[in-house]
Design a protein around this ligand. Structure first.
Ligand code: ARG
Length: 405
């Protein structure tokens, strides 16, 4: 008996993979794993139902709390961002792969399968984790390999062929013929692709957004939100202590109803493709903004400058899914060293699609009211004179020597 563990979303691509595993790849035991990282309950149910119809051994793993605590929170500490994208799909993939590894070990799998195509980033992220932890188990990617042609050779599946193939195996994905959006959702964000959305100059239709209200539907009165942080991670909203999962769920609602969290960027994918991407990340946008504001209050200037570099490196590694990379651990050692001071509160004012920091407080604040005020007793302004005179010494010499000005 040969067993394959298939990472299963319940969508078209991965549903097609199930009969393919039997008919083309010759497995007789198919174990499907769906990992709940906060996608809609209807998607999870659909996956379970389709798995039943297609006759797999199915498990759903509720990884929502783990996702927030072990993946979103490290991302908050590192101000996790890639080219303006608050990395969300990216950071869920290692966890999904990890659950597939657990399943493969439990059932003694002979192979893994996933539904990623050959164009995106997810194939890299999933396979890196599986290959790191279980290098002996081969990985099959039927969507990347393409459809087997009658005379041998392969070509990419078309959507219609996939729908027909699924229907022939008892799964009707009929209405998807006009469902043009490819959506990936988790608690940290929602990515919408497909149709004309990849085109840099195409104005996305309002209908692609589901977590954030359009400007016309947002309240006229601004909403004030106070986020409490401890050790670099959010612990409360408006004074109410909440679990990590509750915080993300609640912030998605608060930001979303104010139209905060839409992100539209040009993204350089791992294969070098430059693609326009649309995201809704209501909780991530607000929590990252607040975290950065608190770091700006408690860190020294040189720490901030250095950390911006550390954050960019971390964001790139996380985007690539290199979750176990030693450099990532090294960078986190620096980041974690600072985080105990990132404790305090940040006040945001949200209105009409914007979120603005209007206050921050911490017992670690590198701020002294007396020093900063105009009539300070401790800061003697006359002391500045000598420093001002030497300011820009070399650049002034340059201007004199080169005869400019
Ligand atoms: N470009 C994003 C990333 O690499 C999202 C990819 C998945 N999105 C999707 N709609 N299928 O993280």
């Amino acid at each position: 008996m040969s067993t394959v563990v298939l990472i299963y979303s319940g969508g078209l691509d991965t549903s097609v993979c199930i009969p393919l595993m039997r008919e083309e790849y010759g497995f007789d035991r198919i174990v499907t794993v769906t990992v709940d990282v906060g996608q809609p309950a209807a998607d999870i149910e659909q996956a379970e139902e389709r798995a039943r119809t297609l006759g797999t051994e199915h498990t759903t793993v509720d990884a929502r709390a783990e996702f927030v605590e072990q993946y979103c929170w490290p991302s908050v500490k590192a101000n996790g961002d890639y080219q303006g994208y608050p990395i969300s799909t990216s950071i869920a993939r290692p966890l999904i792969a990890l659950k597939a590894v657990d399943a493969a070990r439990a059932v003694g799998a002979d192979a893994y399968a996933h539904g990623c195509t050959g164009k995106g980033n997810d194939q890299f992220r999933l396979e890196y984790v599986m290959r790191t932890l279980t290098p002996e188990i081969p990985i099959i990617a039927p969507m990347r390999q393409g459809k087997l042609l009658p005379g041998g050779g392969r070509e990419p599946w078309t959507r219609t062929e996939e729908i027909d193939y699924a229907a022939a195996h008892g799964v009707s994905i009929g209405q998807s013929k006009d469902k043009i959006w490819s959506i990936d959702e988790n608690l940290w964000g929602r990515s919408i692709e497909g149709g004309h959305l990849e085109e840099p100059n195409y104005c996305p239709p309002e209908e692609i957004f589901q977590w954030t209200r359009g400007l016309a539907d947002t309240p006229d009165t601004p909403e004030i939100v106070v986020i409490g942080f401890e050790n670099g991670v959010p612990v409360s909203i408006n004074g109410e202590s909440l679990s990590p999962l509750e915080i993300v769920l609640r912030m998605n609602v608060i930001s979303g109803r104010n139209g905060v969290g839409r992100v539209d960027v040009m993204e350089d994918r791992m294969l070098g493709l430059k693609v326009r991407e649309n995201y809704e990340c209501p909780a991530a946008v607000a929590l990252l903004q607040a975290h950065k504001a608190l770091e700006a209050l408690v860190c020294t200037q040189s720490e901030l400058k250095f950390k911006a570099h550390v954050d960019r490196e971390w964001g790139e590694l996380a985007y690539k899914g290199l979750w176990f990379d030693p450099l990532k651990e090294d960078l986190e050692a620096f980041t974690n060293q600072i985080q105990p001071r990132v404790t305090g509160t940040v006040t945001l004012r949200m209105a009409k699609g914007s979120s603005v920091v209007i206050g921050r407080a911490s017992k670690w604040a590198l701020y002294n009211e007396d020093l900063a005020s105009f009539d300070s007793k401790t800061f003697d302004q006359a002391d500045s004179e000598g420093m001002v005179k030497t300011h820009g010494l070399q650049s002034r010499m340059y201007w004199q020597i080169c005869g400019r000005g």
